[in-house]
Write a protein that binds this ligand. Structure first.
Ligand SMILES: [Zn+2]
Length: 342
């Protein structure tokens, strides 16, 4: 399997994350990619190629123009304040406030466009996010010739909604890939999100669509980030009613329980019969992940890949989360090897 990867992901390199009441080194950090690339090379998954697509205008099919323009200037505007730290929002248009008027001042704009505040913006953050888009667009284009591909995206994307960033995500890479495949003639796309966290951004983007089916296996939002989306009763709206399925699961969920929900999702994929399958691949379902609570073991990821292969569709894996950094490469490549040998 070919991997598409941009070394320029390093442009996204903030130094702080607000966690546990302290500013800590971000869980989502550049070294994650080193462990994955090393494992891909050691185990000979296949060639690692640089992105060739540079036009990212398709972003505007997924994200609001004003949101993209905000990301383009957020760091420069923050820098002008001369405060020293990285850009972290502190105020939101919460339930009792008015969210219809977008503030002019950067402090207000950060709160308007952020869904959480663990994702600090620093120099290069947005440029790094564009690199992930180039990676996923290159992979989507190559999917016409390849049975499967791995878009090794960083930063991840599945928490980014039409006009909000957070959960380490700025642009929704997998959603952009789906729109790209639609542009090339695909009629139906299925996005299966197996990251530990609910893919709230992807759900938001396609919630009223019947041509792009979204399904997510994740920690119950009553117990886990993003806390305010990902419940089982969210099934789509309008044209999209019935084309969104969530599988929230409890703390401590082991593989034999998790995989029953995967089997159910696979039956939905087969019934929907899409032209292509996009996998939001997070390996933070791993038992030792520092910010998650499922109990998957490294060997279980082979089985995940094997089951996805059994669907027998053109399949694009798009990297999302995974924060047990030493094991992230093993767990990611186990999934992809399981797919290849499936
Ligand atoms: Zn995650």
């Amino acid at each position: 399997m070919k991997t598409i990867y941009s070394k320029n992901h390093i442009l996204r390199n903030s130094k702080t994350e607000l966690y546990g009441g302290k500013l800590v080194k971000p869980f989502e950090r550049p070294e994650r990619m080193e462990f994955i690339i090393n494992e891909i090379e050691t185990r000979k998954l296949g060639p690692v190629l640089e992105p060739t697509k540079t036009n990212t205008d398709i972003i505007f099919k997924v994200h609001d123009r004003k949101y993209v323009e905000f990301l383009d200037v957020a760091w420069e505007e923050w820098l002008k304040l001369g405060l020293g730290g990285e850009a972290i929002p502190t105020v939101w248009p919460s339930r009792s406030m008015n969210s219809n008027i977008i503030p002019n001042f950067i402090e207000g704009k950060l709160g308007y466009y952020a869904l959480a505040n663990e994702t600090s913006i620093s120099a290069g953050s947005t440029k790094g996010a564009y690199e992930a888009v180039k990676v996923v667009l290159t992979a989507a284009e190559m999917l016409e010739q390849e049975k499967s591909l791995f878009a090794l995206c960083r930063p991840p994307g599945h928490h980014a909604s039409k006009d909000q960033y957070g959960g380490y995500c700025f642009f929704n890479n997998v959603a952009i890939a789906a729109e790209s495949l639609k542009d090339k003639g695909a009629e139906k796309i299925f996005i299966l999100d197996i990251d530990f966290h609910h893919g709230n951004g992807t759900q938001d983007i396609f919630y009223d669509r019947s041509d792009i089916f979204f399904s997510s296996l994740h920690g119950d939002p009553k117990e886990a980030f993003p806390h305010f989306l990902g419940h089982a009763n969210e099934t789509g709206e309008g044209q999209g009613e019935g084309f969104n399925i969530n599988y929230p699961m409890q703390p401590g969920t082991p593989y034999d329980v998790w995989t029953k929900n995967l089997d159910d999702a696979i039956s939905k994929i087969k019934t929907f019969n899409p032209d292509a399958l996009l996998i939001s691949l997070g390996v933070d379902t791993y038992e030792k992940d520092p910010i998650s609570f499922f109990k998957l073991k490294s060997d279980d990821f082979f089985d995940v890949g094997r089951k996805i292969a059994s669907i027998n569709l053109p399949t694009l894996f798009v990297m999302e989360g995974g924060y047990a950094i030493k094991e992230i490469g093993v767990n990611t490549v186990n999934t992809l090897k399981g797919f290849e040998n499936g």
